[in-house]
Design a protein around this ligand. Structure first.
Ligand code: ATP
Ligand code: MG
Length: 549
């Protein structure tokens, strides 16, 4: 790894540190009726921008990821980037943070044109990015990851005072995290918190947050938003990339809307609505509607899957549930309640230590993911990298990897069958670009999610477990995924659905179980629950179980 230390001094004279007094926070700007045409913050022309991009373009092979984009980032402002999957948001963020070099266009920092720009120089100038795809070192602890590459640590040996610094940062972010835990053992939500703390540790003036809340709970998201407000009050600049448009309206001062690598407009967040942003992002009106709810199946119908008091070493205890063909069954619970662990046990990813699992009428004793897939039970996992996709392979290869048998005759893969089916799914999921020969690693985050769904749906399964199927997916594609889930059920597939967007589970599910502490706590009728009722219910379930334990 390259050391962050260098004899080279930053080319600027101004102090790198932002003013830290909260008193320096400015009032929120008044709404501006007319968006600016040059990408600048239309409300504020007095301060020198911290970072300014003009006419930036970037191409990857045949894809024009960015085409002549302008962006102005000012101190004490939160600038949101919104747009469909593949619109170029992450690419733009990475150019700001020095991770990608633009093909053309200009980058200015503190008013001065920069020639060479890379992550080390960017960090030295106080510009950092929290990447959409986490970039932590699994074998290091939380604390080591947070301070990795920060100047106080030398050649990987942590400065002793890091313990104190960690506590200060943890308190600032108001996150619960164990400094000594190995990062590879953390759940994704906690890994995301480590990423956020890494950026704080760098005392950055400009922080690009690429979908920072995609794995966080509602409560953690709220804390993150408080942190963003604090950072703004300290005079820092936050770039906030998100598909959660409500959150964008809540935290951003300025919004830049992107479409197909082009900036559609930049304007005051106060002058946007969810509908106005969607219209600009997609170039058409769209209100996300859920497909009609599937009724619960007749209890007489033989279930496709029955779990009877199953337990695992990962914390599942006496969990019992039933799913019948054509039903969408939701697992409702708070992050950390054990939903994913139950899912993994059903899919054969973690062995059972007690209880029985009956799938398609047969009690399964030696159950593992290979068998499960061969028998028609598939899981679209929560973590698309660790458990789902091979980044160096093409979309087509990823799709057929799990079901080679299906595409092989006497051991030879029939490429044309593979290609036809992969193309059909890529189109159904509106993957962009819909070229299945592309490496998955080069796809935007949301399009990787679509590839992951495609990969598991191609096998014609009889039971599908979807763990966070819409994470990082844009609003247009979400609607497609909802329809896809409903179509699966219409075909008689049993579906188990997990999502931190409780609204999705409540709207799509025929029935739902509540999960707490690795147990199935009860069954609720999703048709009668609002999200508010549900959260109250889940919290009270947690408390009851806590009281018993
Ligand atoms: N490293 C890369 N190699 C090849 N193509 C890339 C690479 N990075 C981005 N692209 C392409 O550039 C385009 C823009 O991608 P980008 O990741 O910026 O989109 P995004 O707006 O962040 O989307 P999402 O909402 O899905 O995260 C996409 O078509 C993507 O496939
Ligand atoms: Mg992205």
């Amino acid at each position: 790894m390259r050391s962050a230390r260098s004899s080279r001094t930053p080319p600027r004279r101004r102090s790198r540190r932002p003013p830290t007094s909260p008193a320096s926070g400015r009032a929120r700007p008044a709404p501006s009726p007319s968006p600016s045409s040059d990408g600048s913050d239309p409300m504020d022309t007095t301060t020198t921008p911290l970072v300014e991009l003009s006419g930036v373009s970037k191409r990857f092979g045949g894809t024009q990821a960015l085409d002549g984009v302008d962006l102005v980032l000012r101190a004490g402002a939160v600038h949101a980037l919104v747009g469909e999957n593949g619109a170029g948001k992450s690419t733009l963020g990475k150019i700001v943070a020095g991770l990608y070099a633009p093909d053309s266009g200009e980058l200015r920092v503190d008013g001065e044109a920069v020639g060479r720009w890379d992550p080390v120089r960017a960090q030295r100038s106080g510009v950092v990015m929290i990447a959409q795809e986490l970039s932590l070192v699994d074998d290091l602890t939380v604390e080591e990851n947070v301070f990795l590459g920060v100047e106080a640590s030398t050649a990987g040996i942590l400065h002793r005072r890091n313990g104190e610094r960690f506590e200060t940062l943890r308190a600032l972010a108001d996150f619960e995290l164990d400094a000594k835990a190995r990062v590879g053992d953390l759940r994704i939500a906690d890994q995301q918190k480590v990423e956020i703390m890494r950026a704080l540790a760098r005392d950055a003036r400009v922080i690009v947050m690429d979908e920072p809340t995609s794995s966080l709970t509602a409560h953690e998201t709220e804390r993150l938003h408080r942190l963003v407000v604090q950072l703004r009050e300290q005079g820092r600049s936050v770039v906030y990339v998100s598909h959660f448009l409500d959150a964008v309206l809540e935290v951003a001062d300025t919004v830049t809307i992107m479409r197909d690598g082009v900036r559609v407009r930049t304007g005051a967040a106060a002058s946007e609505t969810k509908a106005s942003m969607v219209q600009a992002m997609l170039g058409r009106e769209l209100s996300v509607t859920f497909p009609d709810r599937r009724p619960a199946a007749d209890p007489e119908v033989e279930p496709v899957l029955v779990a009877d008091r199953i337990a695992t070493a990962t914390g599942v205890e006496e969990a019992s549930l039933v799913v019948r063909p054509g039903e969408i069954v939701g697992l409702l619970g708070l992050v950390g309640s054990g939903r994913s662990e139950i899912a993994r046990a059903l899919a054969g990813a973690d062995p059972l230590t007690a209880g029985t699992l009956t799938f398609r009428g047969t009690t399964r004793t030696r159950w593992n993911t290979r068998r499960a897939i061969a028998e028609g039970l598939v899981m679209v996992p929560e973590d698309r990298h660790a458990q789902g996709l091979v980044l160096q392979r093409s979309v087509r290869e990823n799709i057929s990897l799990a079901f080679l048998d299906r595409f092989a005759t006497a051991g030879v893969i029939r490429r044309s069958a593979e290609r036809t089916e992969a193309t059909a799914l890529a189109e159904a999921l509106s993957m962009r670009p819909p070229r299945i020969g592309l490496e998955v690693g080069g796809l935007s985050g949301g399009n990787q999610q679509k590839a992951l769904l495609a990969k598991w749906l191609v096998g014609d399964p009889s039971f599908v477990i979807l763990d966070e199927p819409t994470r990082g997916v844009d609003i247009g594609a979400k609607a497609t995924i909802y329809q896809l889930v409903a179509d699966l059920a219409d075909r008689g597939v049993g579906v188990l659905l997990i999502s931190s967007e409780h609204e999705e589970v409540l709207a799509l599910s025929s029935r739902a179980y509540t999960v707490s502490n690795g147990r199935i706590a009860g069954e609720v009728d999703p048709a009668v629950f609002g999200v508010g009722d549900l959260l109250a219910h889940l919290f009270s379930v947690e408390q009851e179980i806590g009281a018993i334990a």
